[in-house]
Design a protein around this ligand. Sequence first.
Ligand SMILES: NC(=O)c1ccc[n+]([C@@H]2O[C@H](COP(=O)([O-])OP(=O)(O)OC[C@H]3O[C@@H](n4cnc5c(N)ncnc54)[C@H](OP(=O)(O)O)[C@@H]3O)[C@@H](O)[C@H]2O)c1
Length: 269
Amino acid sequence: MAESRVVLITGASSGFGRETARILLGRGFKVYGTSRNPSAKPQEPDVGMIALDVDSDNSIQSGVKELLEETGRLDVLVNNAGYVLTGGAEETSIAEAKAQFETDFFGHVRMTKAVLPTMRKQGSGQIVNISSIAAILPVPFEGYYAAAKAALLAWSEALPHEVKSLGIKVSVVEPGFFKTNLGHTRKIAKYTIRDYDELRRRAIATLDDDFENGADPRLVGETVLRIIASKNPKHEYAVGRERRYKTLKHLMPQSIIENGVRRHWKLDR
Ligand SMILES: NC(=O)c1ccc[n+]([C@@H]2O[C@H](COP(=O)([O-])OP(=O)(O)OC[C@H]3O[C@@H](n4cnc5c(N)ncnc54)[C@H](OP(=O)(O)O)[C@@H]3O)[C@@H](O)[C@H]2O)c1
């Protein structure tokens, strides 16, 4: 049977969102994407782009309304929009930390709350949240990002139990490092403390290398396709080279994991 489901992907102007849109279009889905400024970036042809800022209730209300007026339904929401904030735990201001949560946790929450009434009315729907392996493994000088993604992961584990009987499925994806724009658009905590300069410099240089040498974002798009094509999707999908550390974290002694983390982020030289 031909695919006719309507999919909305937040943050479809680049990276995972854009790749996912391209892959789903190729499979016949009706794909809509969001960007805060769709006209500023070249887009995948045939993706209906909607101006939407996940930090804003009003923007989400009008974006989702625009979509529903055109399609009359929404089958899949891919909650993907996000950015990375780097900075030490002590250096980062509460305002900067809250802004990270505003997008990478509450942005997903707001979007979900905006589409659930439609999915409940339909008696069907699917939500795929893009978290991160950072939710599971510590990333020094990126702690607020990891915390927002961990909050998203925990929330995404509670949600399916609330909506399953209403015909709505929820899955969460935990990507490792991928070569997207995320490293280029990362925000940096403004206030710095000299005692952290050397450690921060090394850890963030490693992070930038990890993004630069990251895997092909197409893998994440293919994972999203697998999730929404599956009759019985799993709850969690770790994807990318670093996915093995998720398993190892539970199998290895803590000291080995801690040493590995310090070595990777060059914290002991
Ligand atoms: N790349 C990785 O290694 C990696 C690993 C784990 C998890 N992730 C997660 O994957 C998701 C996608 O990231 P990416 O790697 O594809 O990065 P990307 O290439 O920088 O794309 C980020 C997307 O999010 C959108 N966005 C950012 N802030 C937004 C806001 N407030 N409202 C609406 N849209 C917003 C951007 O759109 P506009 O700027 O056009 O609005 C852009 O389309 C993020 O949640 C990220 O945390 C990435």
